[in-house]
Design a protein around this ligand. Sequence first.
Ligand code: CDT
Length: 314
Amino acid sequence: MTRIVTVAAAQLGPIARKDTRAQVVERMLALMRQAKSHGCDLVVFPELALTTFFPRWYFERQEEIDAFFEREMPGPETQRLFDAARSLELGFYLGYAELANEGGRTRRFNTSILVDKTGRIVGKYRKIHLPGHAEHEPWRRFQHLEKRYFEVGDLGFPAFRASFGAEGIFGMAICNDRRWSETYRILGLQAVEVILIGYNTPVHNPPAPEHDALSHFHNELVMQAGAYQNGTWVVGVAKAGNEEGVEQIGNSIVVAPSGEIVAACTTTGDELAIARCDLDLCASYKNTTFNFARHREPAQYRMIVERKGAIPPD
Ligand code: CDT
């Protein structure tokens, strides 16, 4: 049996601060049309895909910060993406900054949504692992103020049953989440078959410049391991290139449940990497080496953690 979902990792090159949402959406629509012409079912865009990566700057005025946020989804500029999903019969994953009003409180999250081929939102995720810092750190060449501008996501790591060419179980994560094994395992425990991940990763890591030369290696390492150890496809998609003076890795990839990279972008501009993902390949790993029901030993993990006095798992 084969369940094929043809996926496009839709990498975006740099987005300048002066670029409008309409200009960015136009670039995304071009990638969607291109993906359709290659027979794709699903297009995956990066984290915070509609604007420049604004946490690199320290802003004091809240209205300056809020200018980067979406108050509704779809909104006036993003409606065209939903219309294209419907007319092209092509799903998409979109990362954006979400401004929500919940319980009479304004809340800000680094969010992604999964939209099906009819233009309906079938899944939503709010980034949990926020990297960087909350206070202005002038010693850095550029800031990484996600801990200042966003709340920690409050939706957990939900998996969604959805259909993109074939029916499967889909999960989402955002950028720094991909470095954490918990991300993949929580989704893996829900039998996930495809994990979609958008990211913005600078080549230079101010607190640890000794890691800079390893940025591509670490990017591939975490997604390949996460895919293999959970028997799932992983689609990692970058906002790439020199954005407002900050060099960002591209290296967008599609990883098979074997852990092998089966498609990759080769530029740091707008580019598609396309892969025919057979969701039934997941079973070959989920039913053997990583048969969780048979081989995981959660009771033992709890005892080890408790004996060592570490924080016990929930
Ligand atoms: N956007 C985001 O989460 N970026 C972080 C930068 C951390 S520097 C290692 C990332 O994990 O890619």
